[in-house]
Design a protein around this ligand. Structure first.
Ligand code: MG
Length: 331
């Protein structure tokens, strides 16, 4: 199969800066790709890199797109190197022929709480909306201050709710130990990436030494990374951001074959990338945990944000053909 290929860039300010242990994040940049096959079927895909998170850069992704050129064989698309996980995700998405999602499946969604004390203010409205899974970014302020806030937050949660903590690799071994010790026997679903991805032995040691579940995120940016950690016997959760991990069909096959404990999470992609991920998640059992797609409305523009996702995601959350609309809007 030979395809006609084209791409466009996008740059979107975030409605509110996102604070993480890597610092504030202000705008989302990426590429939209378009593939048209020999019989005129058109598909779109989204390249949404997060270089500070360990993916290829936007410039690197754009260079590959330039090299692909206006006409490309399917074999050349298959041969895009593994480290270009975001590009591979987009090409897979654009080659897939999306049908209707005929399912009544509903998946719970985790709501993202802002870092710091404002989380306490943000929580009641999310509880009111019906969310029962929450994610809070930690490692942003001082450990002592945040541990006090943790107690305050947990005190506000109803018995059926669970809190995820995400340190984005921002702690050292002893800070991580203090946090994990504090989380034991509390309603903490898991603690995400307590220390940096390079600290592999520390991660394995923490998972062995503390009862609270630990999740890898920055450690498993691409599917190959998740496979490697699985090979090392990782006993915890794998947070997979499908838009960064590579082609969705490879993720689906890996989960079906090896049954890892997976959380699917947003990389702050637009409605286009999200539609493919939600379609995959609703069409087959990929995860038993709440989806990490809580931040809805991050761009403040419906065309890019897509449909609002509430505490339960179902087929009605998937925009019809967001690619066409987004493509037309870009120059
Ligand atoms: Mg994370």
């Amino acid at each position: 199969m030979v395809y006609r290929f084209a791409y466009k860039t996008y740059r979107l300010p975030l409605r509110a800066p996102l604070l993480t242990a890597h610092g504030p994040w202000l705008e989302r940049e990426g590429l939209i790709v378009r593939l048209e096959d020999e019989v005129g079927r058109v598909g779109f895909g989204e390249i949404a890199p997060l270089p500070w998170f360990g993916t290829e850069t936007l410039a690197g992704a754009e260079e590959i797109c330039r090299k692909i050129g206006a006409k490309v064989a399917g074999e050349a698309l298959d041969a895009v190197p593994e480290h270009l996980g975001c590009v591979r995700f987009a090409l897979g998405q654009a080659r897939e022929l999306p049908g209707k999602v005929a399912t009544t499946t509903r998946l719970p969604v985790a709501a993202l709480l802002p870092a710091g004390r404002v989380a306490l203010k943000a929580l009641p409205a999310k509880l009111e909306a019906g969310f029962l899974a929450f994610k809070w970014k930690v490692g942003v302020g001082a450990v002592d201050d945040e541990l006090v806030l943790l107690d305050d937050l947990l005190a506000l949660l109803p018995a059926s709710a669970r809190l995820r903590l995400d340190a984005n690799g921002g702690w050292n071994r002893s800070e991580a130990g203090r946090w994990l010790g504090r989380c034991a026997d509390r309603p903490v679903e898991f603690v995400e990436q307590p220390v940096a991805p390079a600290e592999e032995d520390t991660l394995l040691g923490l998972a062995r030494d503390y009862p609270v579940t630990i999740a890898l995120d920055e450690s498993v940016v691409r599917l190959a990374g998740a496979r490697r950690w699985q090979g090392r016997g990782w006993p915890g959760v794998f947070v997979i951001k499908p838009a960064l991990a590579g082609p969705l069909d490879e993720l689906v096959k890996w989960v079906a074959a090896t049954k890892p404990d997976v959380v699917l999470s947003s990389a702050i992609e637009t409605a286009l990338g999200r539609a493919a991920i939600l379609r995959a998640a609703l069409s087959q059992p990929l995860t038993k945990r709440a989806l990490g797609f809580g931040p809805g409305g991050v761009f403040g523009d419906r065309r890019w944000d897509g449909l609002v996702i509430g505490p339960l995601a179902d087929a009605s959350c998937i925009a019809t053909n967001p690619g066409e609309e987004i493509w037309k809007e870009l120059t």
